[in-house]
Design a binder for this molecule. Structure first.
Ligand code: ADP
Ligand code: MG
Length: 728
């Protein structure tokens, strides 16, 4: 066992560096393995092509006959690229993606072999749902679950498999995945936002949400990572004394990318191009061995799929380059963890970004409408938005002064705050001609030039306006963006619907002009949503106090944060927007809580193993060395030994002290775990794991790290932070 760390180190030194794969122009590779528009035109009849396009636009179903034709075309294309298998690719509530490959190959009754793939196989499959989390949606006698084709996200070929993005629902139609609710939320926001956008432009027929994520991650040498049971099983280090040098010199951020890492990135980008993932930026992040990758933004559903696909292929390509990629939100204590900023906006089919100020007062009134409605939506449902980024691993990050706090607030910057202040001063009801001119010229008309100078960015804000989009910063690196995107677009849909109702009532009831009505409603929203706006330091303790006064929620951990999912207001919201039923919400909440408990159970067990099977034996071996030495010195020097043995005895006592204490705490943790596992409900279990068991992890770690500082390097069984973070 003790040899493991050194074997791992020598293996990592022996690894061969793969060449950096550059070559063909990236643009020439883009989308080569995707059944995109271009391929569809090539491989589908005109009728089938038109029908698929219409279905993508309207969200309507594709009939069996057309599905059959699409399947034929897709098969021909896939076979032409050497694909041998196909799979429905879906997002069960495990957080990962799932696939089950079937061969195209089939044998006819007469013994002839051929490649088969029809409309039936394209549209629907029936994977055994019983092994995926369902939160009680799938009762035991009805284990069936269906995957159903999502034509809005194009099929792609990865290696030799045709992958068809699908939703995953129970026999009775309830969502067993993250994609189905997202699609419903996107549909709801499309309806609501289109109706509002038509106040400003009658030609708008569709609004889609856009998402651009920024994926942070760590790369650790594969052999070294595998030598650590905690990284292997939990994706993070549960013990580990900090390295002498960490991120204090800020010498990694935006620094030169190490060549092995560049080889990995380059191969990854090449694969992304083939799969149509428009990755654009890559750079070093703040912590040693931490990096980030970001694409050009896309329609939100496609962007979510692309992020999940990216994470899958990153693991594989990292493996080829001798790395393990860590997506965990806090793999190493003492240095920054990893997040995934979600940049979000709304765009019309006429090519307008609704959160981008324009060049005319009317365009800007449109901008202000969507801008203020977003603020209002987040203010109304801040706690729900917080719940969408709750997980055991993200708990380590939120509020730890490296990522936004667990309190949701919005940063809009000084200039826009001034604009809102002026709008707030608008008089109620009809506006005088003078007032109107004043507003249009001096308030609404001035936004674009103002924003150009608005470069100040508040990195401590969880929800910041950054010029032409909002950036949600609390999302964890490991998370499926579908969760925050579902909530954000749902609350926006609800808000825009309410807004339209109010504006229409003023137009019809009070005979106000459209722009007057819009101004009037916006003014009220600005007034009533002030508490959510905060431009100060989100990391400060003062803000926690202030937020409490403003009655903003502050749920510090996932079990607390997840409770709101089944609150009356949440159930009503998801019902009226037709995004999730009460049953689905309850089930999804249960799955999240289950996941929380499982994570902590596993961490507790691994920590126990590390203590008993790795750390205590190493410490005891060292004690024996010390004892042998002391006994020897005594034998040789007799009464004169004192001056020579004092240091050894002191270290021996410290070591023995930590071993004794660490064992005590670990035993106590085990007992507490056993008690928690017997609790009746998952909510109780999650709370107990959070409040009672997790604190043991910290005290165990203190002793373990103290022992790492005492025990000789050659006896220490676990790969050290210095090695994990600095071996290139
Ligand atoms: P940073 O936040 O690191 O300073 P940027 O401000 O350049 O970086 O924004 C990065 C991300 O914002 C990119 O992933 C980009 O795709 C995304 N983004 C830009 N415009 C939009 C938009 N209209 N909708 C959604 N995402 C967007
Ligand atoms: Mg960013």
């Amino acid at each position: 066992m003790l040899k493991m760390r050194f074997e791992a180190l020598s293996e990592s030194r022996n690894r061969i560096s793969l060449p950096i794969t550059e070559g063909e122009k990236r643009s020439a590779l883009f989308g080569r393995n995707v059944f995109n528009n271009e391929k569809m035109q090539q491989f589908l009849s005109e009728e089938a092509y038109e029908k698929v396009q219409a279905a993508i636009f309207s969200g309507n179903k594709i009939d069996r006959k057309i599905a059959g034709q699409v399947a034929e075309g897709m098969k021909a294309w896939a076979l032409s690229l050497g694909a041998t298998h196909y799979t429905h690719w879906f997002q069960p509530l495990t957080g990962a993606t799932a696939e089950k490959h079937d061969a195209f190959f089939d044998v006819q009754p007469d013994g002839r072999a051929l490649e088969r793939f029809g409309g039936k196989q394209l549209v629907q499959q029936e994977p055994d749902a019983s092994s995926f989390p369902s939160g009680g949606l799938r009762n035991t006698f009805e284990a069936r679950g269906y995957t159903a084709w999502d034509p809005t996200s194009p099929a792609f070929i990865y290696k030799t498999t045709l992958c068809i993005p699908t939703i995953f629902v129970s026999y009775t139609g309830e969502a067993l995945d993250n994609k189905a609710p997202l699609l419903r939320a996107l549909h709801a926001v499309d309806d609501a936002a289109t109706a509002v956008a038509q106040y400003f432009d009658k030609n708008v027929r569709k609004v889609h949400a856009t998402l651009g994520w920024e994926q942070e991650y760590f790369l650790v040498d594969k052999a070294l990572a595998q030598s650590r049971p905690d990284i292997l099983m939990t994706g993070r280090t549960l013990v580990g004394n900090s390295a002498a040098k960490e991120q204090q010199l800020d010498d990694h951020y935006f620094g030169v990318i190490p060549s092995r890492v560049l080889g990995f990135m380059s191969a990854l980008e090449q694969e992304c191009m083939l799969l149509g993932i428009p990755v654009k930026t890559r750079h070093n992040e703040v912590a040693p061995n931490q990096f980030e990758m970001a694409p050009v933004f896309e329609e939100a559903n496609l962007s979510v799929d692309h992020n999940l696909l990216l994470m899958d292929i990153m693991e594989e390509i990292a493996d080829r380059h001798g790395f393990k990629v860590l997506f965990h939100e806090k793999p190493f204590s003492g240095i920054n963890g990893s997040g995934k900023h979600n940049n979000w906006s709304l765009a019309t089919d006429t090519g307008v970004n609704l959160l981008s100020p324009g060049t005319t007062p009317m365009k800007n009134l449109q901008f202000l409408t969507f801008f203020v409605n977003t603020i209002k939506a987040v203010d109304n449902y801040e706690e729900l938005l917080r719940s969408s980024i709750a997980s055991a691993s993200n708990d380590h990050r939120l509020g730890a002064n490296e990522a936004p706090p667990a309190i949701i607030s919005i940063f809009i910057g000084e200039q826009l705050a001034n604009v809102l202040d002026e709008l707030e001063g608008v008089s109620k009801g009809k506006l005088s001609p003078k007032e109107k001119t004043e507003l249009k010229l001096n308030v609404v008309g001035k936004i674009p030039e103002i924003l150009l100078d608005n470069t100040d960015r508040n990195r401590t804000s969880p929800f910041a306006f950054t010029g032409n989009k909002f950036e949600m910063r609390g999302v964890g690196a490991k998370m499926n963006c579908a969760k925050p995107m579902t909530v954000l677009n749902t609350i926006m849909a609800k808000q825009l619907k309410d807004f339209k109702k109010e504006v229409d009532a003023l137009i019809e009831g009070k005979q106000l002009k459209k722009d007057e009505a819009v101004f009037n409603v916006l003014r009220e929203y600005i007034k009533t949503s002030k508490r959510i706006r905060f431009d100060g330091d989100g990391y400060s303790f003062n803000w926690q106090e202030e937020a409490r006064k403003r009655k903003l929620s502050h749920n510090r951990n996932a079990p607390e944060a997840l409770q709101v999912l089944t609150a009356k207001e949440s159930i009503a919201l998801f019902k009226v927007t037709e995004v999730m039923s009460a049953t689905e919400l309850k089930a999804h909440q249960e799955v999240e809580l289950d996941n929380y408990v499982f994570h902590l159970q596993i961490e507790g067990r691994i920590l126990g193993e590390l203590v008993y099977n790795h750390i205590i034996p190493a410490a005891v071996a060292y004690q024996n060395q010390l004892l042998t030495n002391v006994t020897g010195l005594k034998e040789v020097y007799g009464a004169a030994h004192k001056g020579f043995t004092e240091a050894q005895l002191n270290i021996l006592e410290q070591t023995a002290g930590h071993v004794a204490e660490m064992k005590k705490v670990t035993d106590a943790m085990r007992d507490a775990k056993n008690r928690a596992d017997n609790l009746a409900t998952v909510a109780k279990k999650a709370q107990t794991y959070c409040n009672t068991i997790k604190p043991y992890f910290d005290s165990i770690r203190e002793h373990a790290d103290a022992l790492e500082r005492l025990v000789p390097d050659d006896l220490w069984p676990l790969t050290k932070y210095r090695e994990l973070l600095f071996v290139k």
